[in-house]
Every structure is written in structure tokens, then in C-alpha cells.
Design a protein around this ligand. Structure first.
Ligand SMILES: Nc1ncnc2c1ncn2[C@@H]1O[C@H](COP(=O)(O)OP(=O)(O)OP(=O)(O)O)[C@@H](O)[C@H]1O
Ligand SMILES: [Mg+2]
Length: 389
């Protein structure tokens, strides 16, 4: 069956509306529905549609137009937005993507570029072909127990899903005593052991329909096996295979690990684009962290992939951030503040910290960490397209 998607064009410039309309006619799969510069009228039209593509030119009333984009992307999950602007600075591109725009194109519009984006949206919106976005695998690791790996992996994955609205997988590689399901109060019917035993069967459709989805977000959880027995006989080849399948399906894969340097952890580290090495600020933990960096080096993991994450940070710690950087010979990527009360309350309730108190210092820290991670992805693609600004 041929699908046609209703499209609304919003611009103060008649010439832009005309050009978009012309291109859409050529493309066929998108039905041009309306053009307007009246945001209320556009909103009411979008409200009536199941699925829609909205093309918003933000060149003139930028702030007003961006607020509008934010409103429609948060209210209508089946509405896709392409933002157009005659000022395609990297920071503006990032802002637009952050509030939910799916694409950003510079004006004057280039037909080829516009058609590429339309094709991608058509395939994605009609399910004609799975969406292939570039996946980032992020492993949260420490060779020390109890430093906050699971807290970070869980809250970061959830914030990434909320911010990007893209599919995010949270994987519990702690086969012996995984905590992710407890942290999010989930009882999944399929676990990682099942997936590893059925690698030939699993694909995007299977994963998206069987993995436990966290409430109404785009976060999918791949839990640890419930019985120790199931954790045996996992080959690193299978883990790599699983990562490859996950890469095809998700935009972000966040991996929680156990404290050891076992095969699974090494495999996850080798398959990661970004490794968050977590430490707290005390001498034994920092020494461990140093050793870990040496081991990473021996494993041949490039330095750029490894980022230091300080957990339970306190401004008045005896060892300050500069001293930590000096000891480790590396910059600190992010610091998560100490907030035992909020963290414990979240864990005891089986909810993310943002559900306990979204304004707490830890909840904001996780959110901003997710923004930094996702921004770096937007920034890379924006810089590729528009150069450094
Ligand atoms: N930012 C924080 N402030 C205060 N307490 C924290 C913070 N982050 C984590 N904690 C606490 O530290 C404890 C250990 O956290 P978590 O289970 O996330 O660590 P872990 O590294 O995954 O542990 P394990 O090695 O056992 O898997 C928990 O009780 C948690 O509440
Ligand atoms: Mg843990």
C-alpha cells in the first residue's frame, strides 16, 4: 500500500513555501496540506492529523518558531519536524535537534539534500525500512564495586531517551548480580541470556517488540539473566554479535558492567564508542582508576574513547578536581554530585532520580550529562555539514 504523509509548511517567506511545495509535488509521498505563517492555525491542523511532517522556517521569528517546534514535538509523537533556517550555525542546529527537530536544513534549500531527508522520513514514518541512525555505544565501567555504575547507566540511558526521543537500549552486563531491573522496577520476560542463545533469530523487529520498554519512553532494557546457570558459556564472539545487532536497532546503547575485568566487560569496552570510567574521590579509588587506565592502554583502547566521570562529588572534598586530573593525567569529563538521600530514595522506590525530584542536583546532573553526550553527536554531524562556527 502506498502511504502519503500530510505535510504542513510554515514560513514567513512566500517564496520558501512555494519552493517546498514544488519539491513536495515532485516527491509524491508527501501530500502538501497547508502553508501558513500562523502558528495557531498550524497547531490546530497538526492536532487533527495522525501522522504529519511539519517543515518550519525559523529564519525570521526564531525564538517563537523554536518554541513552537518544542511544543509540537513534545505533544504529538507522530509529528516529524524539519527546521529550515538561513543561519545554520552549529549551536542553532544543536538547539533545534535538542528540542525535538528531526532535521535541520539551511536555506536556500538544496533539492538533493531535501530529497535525502524526505526519503529518510518517508521510510521511517511508514515502516518501509528500518531507520538507520548512527549508534553510539556507551559503557559505564569501573574496576571497583559500588562507585555508582548502575546509578549512572540507568539514569543516563533514561535521560538520553527523553532528550533525543530516539531508541535507547540499556544493557545489564552484570550477569551475576545485575541491578538494572531493580533500579527501574522491571520484570522483563526476555533477558540477555535468551538473546545470546537466539542470535540468529533476533533482529530490529524482534528486539523492539520483546525488550522491556520503560514506561512511555523510548528506553528499552536488556536485563541480566535471572539464574546464575544462564550466565555460563557466553563467548565474546556472541557478545560482539549482539552489539552489532543492537547497533542496527538503537541510536544509543548504554552498558552497565560489573566491577571485574572479565571477558564480557572487555568485550563491551572494545565495542564502545565512549567509555565512562567512574571513580569517586578518595585515594584507593583513584589508584584503582589509574590502574584501570593502564589496563585500557594495554588493551589498545584509544584515549579519546575514555572519559573520566567523578561520582559523589563534593566541592569541599579534601582532594579537589585539579588534583584528580593531575593524578589521572586526564581531564574530568563530568562530575555527579553526592546526594545520598535522593539516590537511595530512587533506588528504594525503583524509579529514576528524576521521578523522585527532577530539580535535585543529581537529577539535573544526569540530564546535563545526557545533553552533553547527545550534543556531541549533533555537533559532529552539524559540523560535518556546516563546518566550524
Ligand atoms: N551521586 C550519588 N550520591 C550519593 N550516593 C550515590 C550516588 N550515586 C550512587 N550512590 C549510591 O552508591 C551506591 C552504589 O551505587 P550503584 O549500585 O549504582 O554502584 P555500582 O558501581 O553499580 O555497584 P556494583 O559494583 O555493586 O554494581 C548506592 O547505594 C547508591 O545509592
Ligand atoms: Mg552495579
Amino acid at each position: 500500500m502506498k502511504h502519503s504523509i500530510h505535510t504542513i509548511v510554515i514560513s514567513e517567506q512566500q517564496s520558501t513555501c512555494e519552493l517546498v511545495k514544488l519539491y513536495l509535488q515532485e516527491f509524491e509521498n508527501f501530500t502538501f496540506l497547508a502553508e501558513t505563517s500562523d502558528l495557531t492555525k498550524a497547531y490546530n491542523a497538526i492536532k487533527e492529523l495522525d501522522k504529519s511532517l511539519v517543515i518550519v522556517d525559523i529564519s525570521m521569528y526564531q525564538e517563537q518558531a523554536l518554541n513552537f517546534v518544542s511544543k509540537i514535538t513534545s505533544e504529538f509523537s507522530d509529528c516529524r519536524v524539519i527546521v529550515l533556517s538561513d543561519k545554520p550555525q552549529v549551536d542553532l542546529v544543536i538547539r533545534a535537534m535538542r528540542i525535538g527537530a528531526s532535521d535541520f536544513l539551511s536555506l536556500p534549500l538544496l533539492k538533493d539534500e531535501f530529497f535525502d531527508v524526505l526519503t529518510k522520513h518517508y521510510l521511517d514514518m511508514t515502516g518501509a525500512k528500518p531507520k538507520k541512525s548512527k549508534c553510539r555505544v556507551i559503557t559505564v565501567y569501573s574496576n571497583k564495586g559500588g562507585v555508582g555504575k548502575t546509578s549512572i547507566a540507568t539514569n543516563l540511558a533514561l535521560e538520553l531517551a527523553k532528550i533525543t526521543k530516539e531508541n535507547v537500549a540499556l544493557i545489564d552486563l552484570n550477569f551475576q548480580l545485575g541491578d538494572v531491573t531493580t533500579f527501574l522496577d522491571l520484570k522483563p520476560s526476555f533477558n540477555i541470556s535468551y538473546m545470546l542463545q537466539n542470535l540468529d533469530k533476533i533482529n530490529e523487529d524482534f528486539l523492539l517488540s520483546t525488550l522491556e520498554k520503560y514506561k512511555d519512553t523510548s528506553l528499552y532494557v536488556l536485563a541480566d539473566p535471572p539464574y546464575f546457570k544462564q550466565a555460563e558459556n557466553v563467548s565474546s564472539r556472541d557478545i560482539t554479535k549482539l552489539f552489532n545487532i543492537l547497533r542496527d536497532t538503537f541510536s544509543y546503547v548504554v552498558v552497565d558492567t560489573s566491577a571485574g575485568f572479565d571477558d564480557k566487560a572487555i568485550n563491551a569496552l572494545e565495542n564502545s564508542d565512549l567509555i565512562f570510567l567512574v571513580t569517586i574521590v578518595n585515594l584507593p579509588a583513584l589508584r584503582n582508576c589509574q590502574r584501570c587506565l593502564e589496563l585500557f592502554d594495554k588493551l589498545g583502547l584509544e584515549d579519546e574513547r575514555i572519559q573520566i566521570l567523578i561520582n559523589r562529588y563534593m566541592e569541599n572534598d579534601e582532594i579537589n578536581a585539579d588534583a584528580v586530573e593531575e593524578v589521572l593525567g586526564k581531564n574530568i569529563y563530568w562530575k555527579i554530585p553526592n546526594n545520598y538521600f535522593t539516590m537511595m530514595s530512587a533506588i528504594n522506590k525503583g524509579v529514576p532520580v528524576s521521578a523522585v525530584n527532577p530539580d535535585s542536583n543529581v537529577a539535573l546532573s544526569y540530564k546535563n550529562l545526557a545533553l552533553l553526550v547527545s550534543d556531541s553527536v549533533f555537533r559532529q554531524s552539524a559540523q560535518k555539514r556546516y563546518g566550524r562556527v
